[in-house]
Design a protein around this ligand. Structure first.
Ligand code: ADP
Ligand code: MG
Length: 685
């Protein structure tokens, strides 16, 4: 194993300058280099017939030089050499710019291999400055005749140099890497040997070998992370102690006093939470429930339970508005029971902050609601027993852990409206138990959704006007313009200006976008909440759980640019009151996928159905902005593209867990130390 940890500076071909460049690529030792996987491959092993070539192809051909070169001198500094190359199927021109020595490079009837990109020209097809090699016969195998890696690189570092260093490194470790994967697991999952995988991921012997290598490495990434997450979870259960919160005094009364009956799904989830809180090991639970499924009340009851057991509770929300809304709900329900509730956000005055902080410290404040102001160093709790974070996907694992660290292993409850299929949830939230609220409170009118092509947008605005006349409010969401946030903002400004002077000239039209500072955003949202703004034009910043029940219509401009899951989240901003709500998706009707998405949105409002479909029809990496989940970066695995391998790896972890419930991995010491090495830091957070 030692050899892997050796500094990269000892590798042949690495001098001080290249060392700096390698470091810039996060490569410090031999192992980093080996795990610096190609981002793509240049597959030169498939020859094409000239007649099948198309403009734009990157291709390799074998052919014969047909006749002598043609030399064209344009001026002193510019010249061109051309040859005609033929195979059994046709002719192609090859052209070299400013390489006069190429004039005599080939003789008629030389056999050559060429690699390059096919362009169109007045001569027909042409390859400019191709890579070439003269070969003795047309069956001859050469270096050009292979699958070559293309590496992520940095300025001043050529592919050739990287390839050379990689080759040297692989020579050094050849067959010396100890495979940590137990034989039975390899056999069961048809995994190749690690040495084979690491060699072939860089310099594949064949397309098949590359596939096999990739499969092994993708499997490993999923498997190791999933195993580490499960182990981490077990450690929490086995090793951490906390105060069990056993009393339920008044919980039933509280539930009876609510203006509504809890749904069966809410009751089930609440029971799971209460059982967790009564244990002497900390709860680590994720509650998933679609927008409007009633997660807040669950959090409130859990916080209440913490308080009657003599502990404090904290509720953390991603924005001030959300925190304030939660504060209002908590106050309404819990203040009559004599519970002291505090609000801590960034916009309080220094004095107010100090006062609240003091109250939290001496225990006078029993429940505190806030933004991430809560996780600042200055905040200390007297006895923190429960931490709830709302809309988890805005908080990373780290922030969650910092807040939990403020108590003595408090119970942790995480709430999210992001519906995630089980496979993904297992790897995104592998350290958490999962509860699902799979039912909406009765009597909800489902949001009526219509797709409308952009040329009919006036119909959408006319319709919105009718709602406004009834005293309702309107959201208009402008798309993300990918290239630049500035363009985004200017598109939103344009739409606001246009609408404020035309359709909605009798109403107050507000604007909200990501370039505004938090204070400005909050102030606009507050005005919208108070119905001082009637139409709110915004970029996607409104996505997170804001509740304005009087807003009944949402118009989404260029809906084809949004993913399904995102459309679903946006749509969830309406339909929060008693009246029928509407969502109009303006789209350009061009792409098939877009049409499919719009149709799905028209047909269903079930977040889980939508997220499954989203996975099916969206490209990789787009799902809900996966990075927000605080997942470690994968080097080669991709949760979307490799869903099947992910399932397989999870399956294998489950099998291990059955035979070794504590995942102590005593039977597999190599695997154990690999996990420790790669994910040991989990224990620290
Ligand atoms: P979310 O799960 O999106 O956070 P909320 O907790 O904000 O949803 O709940 C949305 C609305 O539904 C709130 O006004 C809340 O009071 C109400 N609500 C919650 N549970 C029920 C229920 N069982 N019956 C009726 N209304 C409910
Ligand atoms: Mg909510």
């Amino acid at each position: 194993m030692e050899v892997l940890k050796k500094s990269i500076q000892y590798v042949k071909g690495v001098g001080p300058k290249r060392l700096t460049l390698l470091n810039r690529l996060n490569i410090f030792n031999i192992e980093d280099m080996i795990y610096h996987f190609p981002r793509d491959y240049d597959n030169r092993s498939h020859y094409k017939n000239i007649k099948d070539l198309q403009i734009g192809d990157k291709t390799t051909i074998r052919g014969v030089i047909s006749g002598n070169s043609q030399y064209i001198r344009i001026n002193k500094n510019r010249n061109i050499v051309k040859y005609l190359v033929r195979d059994n199927t046709g002719f192609i021109t090859i052209t070299f710019f400013n390489q006069p020595y190429m004039r005599n490079k080939f003789k008629p009837n030389d056999k050559i291999i060429l690699n390059g990109q096919v362009k169109g020209s007045s001569y027909g097809l042409e390859i400019i400055n191709p890579a070439y090699e003269i070969i003795p016969n047309l069956e001859y195998k050469t270096k050009l005749d292979s699958i070559n890696p293309i590496y992520p690189s940095t300025e001043g570092f050529s592919q050739g140099q990287l390839i050379k260093i990689q080759q040297n490194v692989l020579d050094m470790v050849k067959n010396k890497i100890i495979d940590y994967m137990p034989e039975n697991i390899k056999k069961e999952n048809k995994l190749c040997d690690l040495n084979f995988a690491l060699k072939n991921i860089h310099f594949p012997d064949s397309v098949q070998a590359l596939r096999v290598a990739k499969y092994r490495l993708v499997f490993d990434e999923f498997f190791l992370l999933q195993l580490a997450l499960m182990q981490f979870k077990n450690q929490i259960i086995n090793n951490k102690n906390t105060v069990p919160l056993k009393s339920n005094e008044g919980v039933d009364l509280l539930i009876d006093s609510l203006p509504f009956k809890l749904t069966a799904a809410q009751i089930k989830v609440l029971q799971e939470i209460m059982q967790d809180m009564e244990k002497a090991t900390p709860m680590n639970r994720l509650v998933q429930g679609d927008v409007g499924s009633g997660k807040t009340i669950i959090a409130i009851i859990a916080l209440y339970k913490a308080v009657i057991n003599g502990c404090q509770g904290a509720l953390m929300a991603p924005t001030e508005i959300l925190a304030e809304q939660h504060y209002i709900s908590l106050t309404k329900i819990l203040r009559p029971m004599g519970i002291k509730i505090g609000l801590l956000t960034g916009s309080l005055s220094k004095k107010e902050k100090e006062e609240i902080s003091q109250g939290i410290k001496d225990g006078k404040v029993q429940i505190v609601v806030g933004t991430h102001a809560l996780i600042q160093e200055t905040v200390h709790f007297a006895s923190l027993g429960l931490v709830v974070t709302d809309e988890q996907h805005r908080f990373g694992v780290r922030q969650r852990a910092i807040l939990a660290d403020k108590g003595n292993n408090p119970h942790v409850l995480v709430m999210t409206a992001t519906p995630i299929p089980r496979t993904l949830a297992l790897i995104l939230y592998g350290d958490l138990d999962i509860s699902i609220i799979d039912e909406l409170p009765p009597g909800r009118k489902s949001i009526k959704t219509y797709g409308l092509t952009l040329d009919k947008r006036n119909q959408a605005y006319d319709f919105a006007k009718k709602e406004l006349e009834q005293g309702r409010q309107v959201y208009i969401v402008c798309p993300l313009v990918e290239e630049s946030e500035n363009l985004d903002v200017s598109a939103a400004i344009d739409i606001r200006d246009e609408l404020a002077t035309t359709y909605f000239s009798d109403y107050e039209v507000g604007l909200l976008h990501g370039k505004m500072n938090p204070k400005e955003k909050e102030s606009i949202m507050k005005k919208f909440l108070k119905n001082e703004i009637h139409v709110l034009v915004s970029t996607t910043v409104i996505e997170v759980g804001v509740n304005v029940p009087n807003a009944t219509i949402m118009i989404i401009e260029n809906a084809e640019r949004f993913g399904l899951a995102q459309l679903h989240q946006l749509r969830g901003r309406v339909g929060r009151g008693h009246s029928q709500s509407f969502c109009i998706l303006l789209h350009n009707n061009k792409s098939e996928t877009a049409k499919e998405r719009i149709k799905i949105m028209e047909e269903t409002t079930d977040g889980f159905v939508i997220s499954e479909k989203d996975l099916q029809i969206r490209g990789p990496g787009e799902f809900f902005g996966i990075r927000q989940h605080g997942l470690p970066d994968f080097k080669i695995a991709n949760v979307f593209r490799h869903m099947k391998i992910l399932k397989r790896a999870q399956n294998q972890v489950e099998i291990l867990l059955k035979e070794d419930p504590n995942l102590s991995l005593e039977k597999y010491p190599l695997l154990k130390s690999k996990i420790q090495e790669k994910y040991g830091y989990f224990q620290g957070i």
